[in-house]
Design a protein around this ligand. Sequence first.
Ligand code: MTE
Ligand code: MO
Length: 433
Amino acid sequence: MTKLISNELHPAAANGLLDRRAFVRGGAALAAAMSGYTLTRSVQAEPLEDAEWMRTIGPDVPGYGRPSPMEAHVEGTLVRRSWGGVGNRRTPHHLLNGTLTPSGLHFFIGHSGLPNIDPAEHKLLIHGLVRQPLVFTLESLARYPMQTRMGYVECGGNSAPLFSPEPIQDTVQALHGLASCSEWTGVMLSTLLEEAGIDPKAKWMIAEGAESIAHTRSVPVYKGLDDAMIALYQNGERIRPEQGYPMRLFLPGWEGNMNVKWLRRIELTESPGMTAAEIRSYADLLPNNDIMLFNFMNGVKSYITHPSPGYAMNGPGFYEISGIAYSGRGPIEKVRVSADGGRTWADAALQEPVLSKAFTRFRIPWQWDGGPAVLQSRAWDAAGHVQPERAEILAWRGQNPDVPRVTAFPSHHYNGPTSWAVSADGGVSHVYV
Ligand SMILES: Nc1nc2c(c(=O)[nH]1)N[C@H]1C(S)=C(S)[C@@H](COP(=O)(O)O)O[C@H]1N2
Ligand SMILES: [Mo]
């Protein structure tokens, strides 16, 4: 056993990063080394004592289960807007693991609260440049063939704090919490568009939500014929009110705001609607005063969630560094991790299955020697795109001294690296390198 340990824990980069295959080939040895016990000593551990909760019958199981009350601190952070309501909720990535965001912790963006929609009354209209306009109820949609896929949604304004000239000291939830990943089930939009019969002149679809401000965005028809979905279910149950109950437009890999929730209308048109959402809120001003309109794609991106600010590292030794990677263009191909601020890099293990346009969890073992370290990750997607350096992004987008008040530009589509400094006392902070 001791021989196995020394053979498998190869350094893969400077400052303690170990070969990712240590998990696969030396799992038991690594576990033993991490816990500080040899395998033989853990076999000889003291017998367990019966805890208090083993002496009585526990409370009843509810009809709809909830997380343990001990987990009440695992919550989205809420931001109120000028109209008084909650404008966004951020996912606590640092308190979660795996790749699927629990529905109750999915991030939320909305501009006029949650519409209280009666599913029996709600209708979806497809009209405009079509052979025959169609109206769907929830009941009629249920008779169409459905598909299921894992997929993330990310707000274009996610990670906006990284445009700040000085690193904002906050958690990964505050910096990157406007992205979440669910399993979505619904009817492919292409099925409905084919039934309606698209006029060849139609190049755009104007999608409208059923809340009081009727959030509206234009989507190219080609996306509608590709992988767009009318999502009805989220993680196996009816889509949550925050995500668009009873139906939303789901556009895998495209920026969040186009994924219109509480969807009620799709109008096929020759030109985009030039709606307030797309020419004001979600257009991007460049330093030379050019404006990027219709910038759909989420670039390839990754960030380390464990460890991250809020963690106190409990002394030198073995830790698993892990995080999330995703790309709007397809599956993640590779994630590399650095423990020395980007000087040396090692490949992380990618958790299977690696799915297109979904969160991919990466992991790498790290032997922290107790000295200063700067942790970073960098992702590549299968389409050949690499996560850009922060300096590259700032060079063409500029800095924003006003973030996280996302009122000024640039504030959208940051997909550069995030750097966490680990100090000798085990604290983790946000730095720029
Ligand atoms: N009808 C409607 N759809 C909407 C919005 C909205 O305010 N109203 N917000 C958009 C924005 S800005 C984003 S980022 C995503 C967020 O999706 P989520 O709240 O399900 O995470 O929904 C989009 N769809
Ligand atoms: Mo958004």
